[in-house]
Design a protein around this ligand. Structure first.
Ligand SMILES: Nc1ncnc2c1ncn2[C@@H]1O[C@H](COP(=O)(O)OP(=O)(O)O)[C@@H](O)[C@H]1O
Ligand SMILES: [Mg+2]
Length: 420
């Protein structure tokens, strides 16, 4: 029987670790079967070159890590999505138009506990010949200090379309407020009530229908931000974190995203969930890296082999019908959102695919993470990431955390750890 080859494009920035992991795993998987046919995932790093808008795409799926800042490949992604039905993780149609601000608005309407948020007009004039006239005639004067006072300190000021902590400041008093606003210049800023104190910062990485809710410590250096911690949320708060993350993704048609939530007791408050290019570096995810690679490979294989149809645009109606229903409690809404998310990501069909088409993936990943090839990937990444005098310390640090995963995974799977 012949094999159906699916070309998966990796559109990359500066990273080497996860692409190597993805390439290694897909090649170890080789042939898998789905619906009586044999499938193979081929991978290719996407090149950047002039393209004719009529050139057909060769890829079936593209995993994008670049288009959020590099616009030539972004426009290529839009072309292949519109013209060639290429399945994208993530589609620029969703992340470009649905920045943080839209995500706040949608989630507020869905009844999520978004901290009180105000959008403030630009500090500096916009570079446009019409600005002076428009502003003189239509801009209302406003008292920023009074707005802040009413919301109550502490606050956060941050760009409406932010990412990577750019332009984020904590505002404790009026002096901080003016200094942050003066610094904002041409950036459009939100003023948001700080969630303080909070008990835990949860960061959920979601790939297709799979979510990993991790204990995040934003004040630690990158290699220590994700804490290996399995029971840091109650069952209810953990489920709520998953539902919020999957709701965001299903609503906006994001495939690969991370969602930040602050948890006070059992109350979950989402603060940032438009991260279309989430961090998946082995040097930050460490213990959770094997899970992330597994989920990425599985979901890509599923989308390719089942020929999952990409949908370009958001359809908020079924979500808002639930959000707007006055007879439903917050808890009822969460249950229904999870059902919609499960339908969107075809959760049951995906589970069956994982069990029948990739039944050995867990063993394969365990074996690979225990192998010298994985250790080589870790060493190369540490050497490329840290200055020489810190490399030994970090090699030890990450080997320890990966070893911990190997031990945990092996006991979960009822086998003894392979290799070292
Ligand atoms: N409302 C808030 N309450 C408490 N901390 C916040 C709030 N908003 C932002 N922060 C802190 O600032 C960090 C960066 O803000 P965030 O909205 O995540 O922006 P970015 O998109 O740049 O990551 C968060 O990870 C969190 O530590
Ligand atoms: Mg953030």
């Amino acid at each position: 029987m012949s094999e159906e080859h699916h070309l998966v494009g990796l559109l990359l920035g500066a990273e080497e670790d996860w692409p190597r992991a993805f390439e290694a795993l897909t090649s170890r998987i080789g042939v898998f079967t789905h619906a009586g046919r044999r499938h193979v995932l081929d991978t290719e790093r996407v090149r950047i070159a002039p393209f004719n808008l009529r050139d057909p795409a060769r890829h079936q799926v593209v995993i994008d890590r670049l288009a959020y800042w590099y616009y030539h490949p972004r426009e290529w992604l839009k072309k292949v999505a519109l013209m060639d039905d290429v399945y994208l993780l993530n589609s620029p149609f969703t992340f470009q138009s649905m920045e943080k601000h839209s995500a706040y608005c949608a989630l507020i309407r869905l009844g999520m506990r978004i901290p009180d948020t105000v959008l403030v007009p630009y500090k500096n004039p916009i570079d446009n010949v019409r600005w002076a006239y428009t502003s003189k005639n239509y801009n209302d004067p406003f008292d920023l200090a009074a707005i802040a006072e009413k919301m109550g300190y502490p606050l956060f000021m941050k760009p409406f379309d932010g990412g990577g902590w750019r332009g984020v400041s904590r505002i404790n008093n009026e002096a901080d407020l003016w200094s942050a606003y003066d610094d904002s210049g041409e950036m459009l800023m939100h003023l948001q009530k700080a969630v303080e104190p909070f008990d835990v910062f949860a960061r959920a990485l979601t790939i297709g229908p799979e979510s990993m809710v991790m204990h995040f410590r934003p004040d630690e250096p990158m290699h220590d931000r994700y804490q290996v911690d399995h029971d840091f949320l109650s069952v209810a708060a953990g489920q709520e974190a998953v539902t919020i993350s999957q709701t965001v993704n299903a609503f906006f048609r994001w495939e690969f995203n991370s969602c930040e939530m602050l948890v006070q007791g059992d109350t979950v408050l989402p603060i940032d969930y438009a991260n279309a290019c989430p961090d998946v570096a082995v040097t930050s995810l460490h213990y959770y890296f094997p899970w992330a690679m597994k989920a990425l490979v599985r979901w890509t294989a599923y989308c390719a082999a089942t020929n999952r149809k990409a949908r370009l645009h958001v359809d908020p109606d079924p979500w808002f019908a639930i959000g707007d229903d006055p007879d439903l409690s917050y808890g009822d809404k969460l249950v229904r959102y999870q059902q919609l998310a499960d339908l969107h990501f075809e959760k049951d069909r995906y589970a069956e695919f994982c069990a029948t088409s990739l039944p050995d993936l867990d063993d394969l990943v365990l074996e690979w993470v225990s192998s010298p090839q994985f250790d080589r990937l870790l060493l190369d990444t540490v050497r490329a990431t840290y200055p020489e005098h810190e490399q030994d310390r970090f090699i030890g640090h990450f080997r320890g955390l990966i070893g911990l995963w190997v031990g945990d995974e092996a006991s979960l799977r009822g086998s003894s750890p392979v290799g070292g």
